[in-house]
Design a protein around this ligand. Sequence first.
Ligand SMILES: CC(=O)N[C@H]1[C@@H](OP(=O)(O)OP(=O)(O)OC[C@H]2O[C@@H](n3ccc(=O)[nH]c3=O)[C@H](O)[C@@H]2O)O[C@H](CO)[C@@H](O)[C@@H]1O
Ligand SMILES: C=C(OP(=O)(O)O)C(=O)O
Length: 427
Amino acid sequence: MDKLLIRGGKPLHGEIAISGAKNAALPEMCAALLTADPVKLTNVPRLRDVSTMRKLLANMGVAIELHGERGGITFEARDPVNPEAPYELVKTMRASVLALGPLLARTGRAKVSLPGGCAIGARPVEQHIKGLQAMGAIIDVEHGYMVARLPEGRTRLKGARITTDMITVTGTENFLMAATLAEGTTILENAAQEPEIPDLAEMLIKMGAKITGHGTSRIVIEGVEKLHGCEHAVVADRIECGTFLCAVAATGGDVLLHNGRGDHLDAVIDKLCEAGVDITREGDGLRVRAAGPAWNHLKAQSFRTTEYPGFPTDMQAQFMALNAISQGSSMVTETIFENRFMHVSELSRLGANIQIDGKNAMVEGVDKLSGATVMATDLRASAGLVIAGLVAEGETTVDRIYHLDRGYDQMEVKLRALGADIERVGE
Ligand SMILES: CC(=O)N[C@H]1[C@@H](OP(=O)(O)OP(=O)(O)OC[C@H]2O[C@@H](n3ccc(=O)[nH]c3=O)[C@H](O)[C@@H]2O)O[C@H](CO)[C@@H](O)[C@@H]1O
Ligand SMILES: C=C(OP(=O)(O)O)C(=O)O
């Protein structure tokens, strides 16, 4: 199992490129199931989740060709598509549930393993099931699988008005993809507005789908009989960008993040600027400057995670690591996932002063962390621990970085290019 060894205390300087977004690439790979034509994605990040999704699609019979240039991958889902997502693959990546909508729309059948919970929460998928049932699917949960089909005599899902009980990102994506090939109009109320959703919608429109309202809470989809192939560049990863902004804020330095989309990160950038970090648009990205380690000059910021355009839950751990070494106290409130404070006990092992009370974490800034061995528990917790390790005195070992590899494209290579003393070691 790989680990990261970090010798903290180095400021970050230079420039790197932000990769394509995991949370856009995964649904967009599934969208290739909606047509028998070739679909080419570019700017696909090199991630473990992308490899898992490739395996999942290959298992369905999708032909996949890697181009090597600019993260290009072509998918060709020729008939017959095997509409099954087995537990062995789904258990390592919850986003496998994104195959459910496209499989049903394309083949009228799907057998997708229930994803189950993960370290950050129970993460049920009953809204996905409820919405697809409203579109005419018959879905039974049997032996840990969602087994879905269309009623006798029907060949297409039917348009429906779907209002989910809560805002769900992958739920919205499942309905959006399913509705493109449904008969009639689908209206998604209470739709998620995360930038990965309009990016997926733009791709589907290139494939011939009729969609309006994407990027708002009401999306309208006019179903069409057939979709065709397209080429689409995956939008830049706002969470990777935010993670590097926090890393530079923590260590101090001056870094240009090519492809960084400040317009997708307003809530995080506002907090960083209030803390005292200097962030400006430059060329095709963002420049971030911070004068020395956070404890010298940054003011801790309270925040509350909410759906987009609010503060993203996927940035909570990284910003908490920054608060832990900024001046003053702050309160971090997690409203999306019920168990997303697993990094707190590990940050405490490095010397952070954080108390949890239900959904709130009270952070008292300290002016020093000291390196230790810590264990990554989930993807963004790992990123928070890396940020803490970059400023901690001495050596920090971050164990179980397979979590990090799920969602960061060569993070340690990019950090090393910026001057960090970080290396990957295997066992
Ligand atoms: C691959 C992907 O894009 N993952 C993102 C997606 O996850 P994901 O789409 O799984 O997260 P959701 O937006 O669905 O979850 C939001 C909340 O709704 C709950 N819920 C959701 C669906 C459902 O049927 N029932 C239910 O109770 C969840 O448990 C959670 O508490 O959005 C999350 C919230 O921004 C991000 O942290 C993840 O990075
Ligand atoms: C929680 C996350 O992802 P996933 O939904 O793929 O688990 C994340 O990206 O932080």
